[in-house]
Design a protein around this ligand. Structure first.
Ligand SMILES: *[C@@H]1O[C@H](CO)[C@@H](O)[C@H](O)[C@H]1NC(C)=O
Ligand SMILES: *[C@@H]1O[C@H](CO)[C@@H](O)[C@H](O)[C@H]1NC(C)=O
Length: 895
């Protein structure tokens, strides 16, 4: 959702001009401007990086320290360098400025690191330094060798470093000499450093009529991190761009760097490097024989320039403040690199089963009776859905944790009625708190000093939905506890209902009156931090506290579901995200796929885009195509702006209504497959909606494909995203057979063309995989919990197939104590076996009601003494009602 003032502006100014006016380009952001200038200076033939490494202590080869000396003319400054070798081929570099002293004792003197707030500390403790680390020194260079054929080679003077894997250079640091660490200086001192390092606006500058006072002066950190011999880099969401990142500072790609700065961006453009609502500073490079990644652990405003040459892909990272702190990962495959990143920032939370069903939202369902009517209409039309959502209008005058009692007189009763079909309610709770005396949340924030402060140490007041507002300071432990307590069981928000879940929106934070629609960077947080230091992690810390609150609301017995708009690395442990305010336009339907793929590759797999488009009204064809695409989004929600016409799926006319209904039923049929993919994400962080290169890294031709993807490792989909499309070309990677999901027709070409009538959804089962479905129509996901399964065995050309099914109660954390079932189905040599890896007895009654086999021939089957007749089909055969259990080992032999 978005500021009204901007709505007014778009009417008179071209859209582009609005963005130009609102958001700083690199040139308009002094720290970025300085560092892009540095990159120009560094190209001069006589330029030598002013950094050398001294005092190396290599006594512990997995934990090397040294002094990074910066010298220009006769000035020097000593920085500290730490290099740690961790498990999983992970190298950690930190450059910090020791012993900083500020004139203002109220400000935190040290540089901020998000590590404490965002890493997964339960796992990080296990990332012990790798054993078998060795150091060797020669000729001004130090080499650390570790793990499976990895080396870090460091040149001391001038300072450079290289990461090698199996003898091949993967990453080069400071090779282009862009390392820049702006040390603390005295204001107005002409201190003999390069004149271009300090500009007039280094201490204070204005943008869009708003002044930013930088009380600590310039303190940017920057470094070139180049991926040697790679052609593609991915990640660093959030941008509305392609999956394979483009060059920046370039005529062929973008002119601006990719910017990581969480903002409430209005009517964002597609194919753009502009900042959006979330930031994950994780970039992955992949090629046919290796993959590598960098995680730039910094919470401040950050720009990343990407350049490509015959030597590889260069990246230039520039952050306004904080430590220069980053991790490098290297391995043979992108999956291993992402898993190593997951060990640091956490694997994805396993969602409740309902959360991967369909969500129905709009701004706004206006009243209790409206909500219950929509609920009944879904049933009337025999359409499944799991969650109905309430946007801001349900509150009393935008005061969160209250209800508009005229429209919603009995919210707990409403929740109870939804629960009759196991449906849930999500209400929006934003971090801006209406500045109104005697509104209890406001009073508490102000009286207890729990609000983010302005320079005068008063609660900062800015404009948002409720008018004048204050913001909760999630960096303050007591404020965090307070925020969590607002979700308590039994309170006004939802009484004793357990089917209430939460949407944290506007948590960038969005401040309509603030610079770039967000909070001024000079605001103060608990601990003496400036907002500048941690802007990009604010949204996550807030959502983290919401998670704690919901967890205690459920007494730890349910997994919280939270949707967040702002996110950072680590948010995958806490919440789902969506791509914000898109438009009912084909370009945005198209853009949603690469955005969700990028989110997955950056470790945030539970993601989606507003189905139908948030702004404006989709026509029936666009809406239908969007439901068909959305059926594959890990987070599947229809949402619409307050000014748009109602568009709930049951309102569509034929033939659109049937096509949308089929898409919804397809999603519910595939829930076991999605749930198993989420389980995998909870173990390894592998994306649920997965780019082709992730699964087929040895095929260079698939690296740039971002309109096609896999669900887990076994279903290949390519949504139709063009108006009036009559056919679509689909690439079938891996060289094997694929089966049409709906007909079982086998395809063996590398590229096929399939027709795309309105009701067609191009979807294929990969040969060699066994997928699991639930075919019975129910009203919601939870009502399917005891339904029998259908197996689809897609035999490959060597006569084999396999697949995993994970299930648990879909609600609680019981799975952590072993209350789950994990079955592995294997087909080979004419036998289908279930090899149960783990089976809690609670799942003993789950049966298989049908086995569909593609790509094999047989006329009978038996399991022990029991014989089965097979139904022959064009694509293979079907075993009906075998009554096998998923939690028992069994073997079915075909003849
Ligand atoms: C929330 O943040 C704290 C650190 O500030 C961390 O210990 C905790 O694990 C986080 N919660 C989740 C669910 O990640
Ligand atoms: C199924 O067989 C495997 C060996 O293939 C065994 O480890 C497992 O315990 C068995 N599970 C059950 C439920 O019998």
């Amino acid at each position: 959702m978005h500021p009204f003032k901007l709505l007014v502006l778009t009417g008179i100014v071209p859209v582009l001009a609005v963005k130009d006016y609102l958001f700083r380009k690199c040139d308009q952001n002094p720290f970025c401007h300085r560092n892009r200038h540095y990159a120009v200076e560094a190209q001069r033939p006589d330029f030598v990086t002013p950094y050398t490494l001294a005092n190396l202590d290599t006594a512990d080869p997995a934990h090397i320290t040294g002094t990074l000396v910066k010298s220009v003319g006769d000035q020097t400054v000593d920085l500290s360098l730490l290099i740690e070798i961790k498990t999983d081929n992970t190298v950690h570099f930190v450059v910090d400025e020791p012993n900083r002293k500020l004139d203002n004792p109220a400000l935190q003197a040290s540089r901020y690191s998000p590590a404490g707030d965002i890493l997964d500390h339960s796992q990080v403790s296990k990332l012990k330094p790798t054993k078998n680390v060795k150091v060797s020194k020669k000729d001004g260079a130090v080499t650390i060798s570790f793990g499976d054929g990895n080396e870090v080679e460091i040149t001391l003077s001038p300072f450079k470093a290289r990461l090698l894997h199996k003898g091949t250079e993967q990453v080069a640091l400071n090779n282009r000499q862009l390392l820049n660490f702006e040390q603390l200086r005295k204001k107005d001192s002409n201190d003999g450093w390069n004149s271009w390092e300090l500009q007039d606006n280094a201490w204070s500058d204005s943008f869009d009529g708003k002044t930013d006072e930088k009380s600590r002066g310039p303190e940017a950190v920057a470094l070139d991190i180049d991926f040697s011999n790679y052609k593609h880099v991915f990640g660093i969401p959030e941008h509305a761009d392609s999956l394979s990142l483009k060059e920046t500072n370039s005529e062929s790609g973008h002119s601006e760097p990719y910017r990581l700065f969480n903002v409430d961006i209005f009517e964002y453009e597609t194919q753009s490097p502009m900042p959006m609502y979330g930031s994950i500073p994780f970039m992955m490079a992949s090629k046919t024989d290796s993959a590598t990644g960098v995680f730039w652990l910094n919470g401040a405003d950050t720009y990343v320039d990407v350049s490509k040459s015959s030597q590889g892909v260069g990246s230039h990272w520039i952050s306004e403040a904080g430590k220069l702190d980053f991790y490098l990962f290297v391995d043979d495959k992108p999956a291993h690199v992402l898993e190593a990143y997951g060990k640091l920032t956490g694997m994805a939370a396993l969602p409740q089963a309902f959360a991967i069903g369909y969500h129905q939202c709009r701004w706004n369902y206006n009243s209790q009776s409206d909500v219950l009517e929509v609920n009944a209409n879904f049933d009337e039309a025999s359409l499944p859905y799991d969650v109905i959502w309430l946007d801001v209008e349900y509150t009393d005058a935008k005061k969160y944790f209250t209800w508009n009692k005229d429209q919603f007189p009995e919210p707990v009763e409403m929740l109870g009625e939804l629960d009759e079909t196991k449906r849930k309610l999500v209400t929006i709770i934003d971090p801006h708190i209406k500045a109104e005396k005697s509104y209890f949340v406001y009073d508490d924030l102000v009286n207890k000093n729990f609000a983010v402060q302005d320079r005068a140490n008063k609660p900062y007041e800015g404009h948002c939905w409720p008018g004048n507002s204050v913001w909760v300071d999630s960096m303050n432990p007591a404020a965090s506890e307070y925020w969590a307590s607002l979700y308590a069981f039994g309170n006004d928000l939802g009484g004793d209902a357990l089917n209430l879940h939460i949407w944290n929106d506007m948590n960038e934070p969005s401040v309509f009156s603030g610079p770039e629609t967000t909070a001024p960077k000079y605001l103060l947080h608990h601990g003496g931090w400036e907002h500048r230091d941690l802007h990009n992690v604010y949204g996550q810390t807030l959502t983290n506290r919401t998670f704690d609150g919901m967890l205690s609301r459920y007494n730890g017995e349910q997994r919280p579901f939270i949707l967040t708009r702002s996110y950072y690395a680590g948010s995958q442990r806490i919440a789902a995200m969506w791509t914000g305010d898109n438009q009912a336009d084909w370009a945005y339907l198209k853009e949603a796929t690469p955005m969700i793929l990028t989110s997955g590759i950056a470790g945030m797999p539970f993601s989606g885009a507003d189905v139908g488009g948030f702004f404006n009204n989709p026509d029936s064809e666009l809406l239908t195509r969007w439901y068909q695409a959305g059926a594959f989004y890990p987070f599947f929600r229809g949402h619409a702006h307050i000014d748009s016409a109602r568009r709930e799926p049951y309102l569509a006319e034929e033939p659109y209504k049937s096509a949308i209904s089929n898409a919804l039923h397809l999603r519910y049929q595939l829930l076991p497959q999605f749930y198993s993919a989420f389980y995998e994400a909870s173990q390894t962080l592998a994306p649920v909606m997965r780019p082709l290169f992730f699964e087929f890294p040895e095929e260079e031709a698939v690296y740039a494909i971002d309109d096609e993807f896999l669900i887990g490792d076994s279903l290949l989909a390519k949504p139709v995203v063009d108006r009036g499309a009559k056919s679509i070309d689909v690439v079938l990677p891996g060289g094997g057979v694929y089966y049409d999901y709906f007909t079982g027709k086998a395809h063996r070409a590398n590229k096929i063309t399939v027709p795309t009538e309105l009701e067609s959804i191009p979807l294929f089962v990969r040969g060699g995989k066994i997928i699991t479905r639930r075919d019975r129509h129910r009203r919601s996901a939870e009502l399917m919990a005891n339904d029998p399964y259908t197996l689809v065995v897609a035999v490959d050309d060597s006569g084999r197939a396999s697949g995993k099914l994970y299930t648990d109660d879909g609600i609680s954390y019981g799975y952590e104590k072993g209350h789950y079932a994990l079955a592995e189905f294997v087909y080979e040599s004419g036998q289908l076996k279930n090899k149960v890896t783990h089976a809690d007895k609670a799942f003993n009654d789950l049966n298989i009601e049908r086995i569909i086999v593609y790509g094999a021939q047989a006329s009978t089957a038996h399991a022990g003494k029991t014989k089965f007749d097979l139904e022959q089909t064009d694509a293979g055969f079907i075993v009906r009602n075998p009554r096998f259990k998923i939690a028992e080992n069994w073997t079915l032999t075909f003849k």
